[in-house]
Each structure stands twice: as structure tokens, then as C-alpha cells.
Design a protein around this ligand. Structure first.
Ligand code: SAM
Length: 268
């Protein structure tokens, strides 16, 4: 249990440093509407962790339901005690959580399935990623849509540390290693905050990700092989000073950049 330090809540800092579920759900809904012309009703959030996206989805419309799936009981319990109680009862009733492996058969069906925060990078073998996509394809309703985020660029092919200051804590994203033979990469999240005595303290290795860096093309090809009718890439626009502007649009050619984030989307 990595949360046992007094006054320190790793899931809370992770949420504030990394997640934007209110932005994610709008992107997911708008993409579904753009591609299908219909309104999605059921979202399945794979690798849901504390299921922040599932909770936000329930806020978007009275007719929306969400299903979160994660293997690990710890983040699920955190979501049940911290995120879900923040919703009014009528919304809570539309959120269902399953502790399960996303590779398991007979998972709940949905109009749209999302795999976010690069969680699917946990699969190291092509066959496993293919089995996962096949599972999603089978569980999607007719005309359903799969949304996966991904990241890459030369900056992600070497060890490096990136530090971001927040009002009351520091977020540290460390890439520990990269193996160019396999594209495997190890990442860790650390935090710094002030303890009860006002002294700065460091919380090392609060989250660890042992991933394979998948390319957009690999994911698209696997989607095609598993039956998806069409695949699309949504690429982030840039501000005048060259930063990502948070606006993603459909492209067939990306811009060269040191580090990028994009979405790969498949239509059943
Ligand atoms: C990078 S975290 C992302 C959590 C959350 N989606 C978010 O955006 O912050 C990855 C999550 O995937 C879960 N996970 C890893 N392998 C899984 C599997 N095979 N099936 C279901 N969940 C899995 C982990 O327990 C963890 O909560």
C-alpha cells in the first residue's frame, strides 16, 4: 500500500497531475458522433483504475451509462470511496465497475470502448495486443468505436526526467530506460510535497509502468486485422510557441516532434 504516508494521497496527486477526465469524455463523445452520426449511450472504460472517466461520462447525459474494468482492487476501492460518492445518486446508478482482466471473455458490451493513459502499452507481445483488440471488437455494439490514446517521439526513446510544478506539489515523470530492440520502456512517477512539519519530502516510485512503446501504425494494423472497418488518427494541433494545444483532429500525416500524444480510433 503506497498511500500509507500521513497527509499524502498518491491517487489524488495523480488525478491532479495527469488526468483530465472531463476533457477525455468530450473527446470520446464528439469522436463517436462525428464518425457515426449517432449518440453513444454506453462507454466501457478499460484499465479504469479509479474510473474517473466513467464518473465523468455519467455527468454528460441522463441517458449515458459507463462500465469500468480493472484488474486491481486498490484503485477500484479508491474510486468507490472517493470518486463515485461525489456524484448524485441518479448518476452513480449509471456507473458499474468490474474487477476483471480486459483479456477475459464475455466482458460487458458497449457503444464505445476506451483505453486511456496508455494503459494498453502494458501488453508486450503482438499476439496479446491482438487478443485484446479482438476482445474489444467482439464486445462493441454494431457500429461501435474503439478509442486508444498513444504517445511517442524521439524524446521517449531515452532515459529522461520531466518535472512539473503544481501549487502544492511537484510531479516527476521519469523514463528509466528504453530498449531499442524491443521498444520496451520503464517509467516511474514520483512526487514531492510538504510534510506536516513543512519540510519537503519526496515520494519515490509511486506508480511504475513497464511498457512497450507501440507505434500508431502497429495499432492501426492490429485494429484492421481484428476486423475494424476503418481506423483513424487524431493528432494534436500546436500553439504558436510549438506546444500541444489540446485540440485533436483527424489526419493522415503527423508532424515531426520530440514528443507527441495522439488517439488511434477504430470503427466496427
Ligand atoms: C496506467 S493505469 C491507468 C488508470 C486509469 N485509466 C487512468 O487513466 O489513470 C493502468 C491501469 O490498468 C490496470 N490493468 C493493467 N493490466 C490490466 C488488465 N490486463 N486488465 C485490466 N486492468 C489492467 C492497472 O491495474 C491500472 O489500474
Amino acid at each position: 500500500m503506497k498511500n500509507a504516508v500521513p497527509g499524502f494521497d498518491r491517487y489524488d496527486l495523480y488525478r491532479r497531475a495527469v488526468q483530465s477526465p472531463e476533457v477525455d469524455v468530450r473527446f470520446i463523445r464528439d469522436t463517436y458522433v462525428e464518425l457515426t452520426g449517432r449518440d453513444p449511450k454506453v462507454l466501457r472504460e478499460d484499465f479504469c483504475g479509479t474510473f474517473a472517466i466513467s464518473c465523468e461520462w455519467a455527468k454528460l447525459s441522463k441517458s449515458y451509462k459507463s462500465i469500468g474494468i480493472d484488474l486491481d482492487p486498490e484503485p477500484i476501492l479508491y474510486g468507490l470511496t472517493h470518486n463515485l460518492p461525489q456524484l448524485p445518486r441518479s448518476m452513480r446508478e449509471r456507473v458499474t465497475i468490474h474487477q476483471a482482466n480486459v483479456l477475459a471473455p464475455d466482458l460487458p458490451t458497449a457503444d464505445v470502448i476506451c483505453a486511456m493513459n496508455f494503459s494498453h502499452y502494458i501488453f508486450k507481445q503482438r499476439n496479446t495486443m491482438k487478443a485484446y483488440l479482438l476482445n474489444c471488437y467482439s464486445a462493441l455494439n454494431v457500429g461501435g468505436v474503439m478509442v486508444m490514446d498513444c504517445f511517442g517521439g524521439p524524446a521517449c526513446q531515452q532515459a529522461n526526467v520531466e518535472q512539473t510544478e503544481h501549487r502544492d506539489f511537484t510531479y516527476i515523470w521519469e523514463q528509466v530506460s528504453f530498449n531499442p530492440l524491443t521498444n520496451e520502456a520503464l517509467f516511474q512517477i514520483h512526487f514531492k510535497d510538504k510534510g506536516p512539519n513543512g519540510r519537503t519530502r519526496k515520494h519515490n516510485n509511486m506508480f511504475t509502468y513497464d511498457w512497450r512503446m507501440w507505434s500508431i501504425q502497429e495499432l492501426r494494423e492490429l485494429m484492421q486485422e481484428t476486423g475494424f472497418r476503418k481506423t483513424h488518427v487524431y493528432w494534436e494541433g500546436t500553439t504558436r510557441n510549438g506546444e500541444g494545444d489540446g485540440i485533436f483532429s483527424r489526419v493522415e500525416v503527423g508532424e515531426e516532434c520530440e514528443a507527441w500524444v495522439a488517439y488511434v480510433v477504430g470503427e466496427k
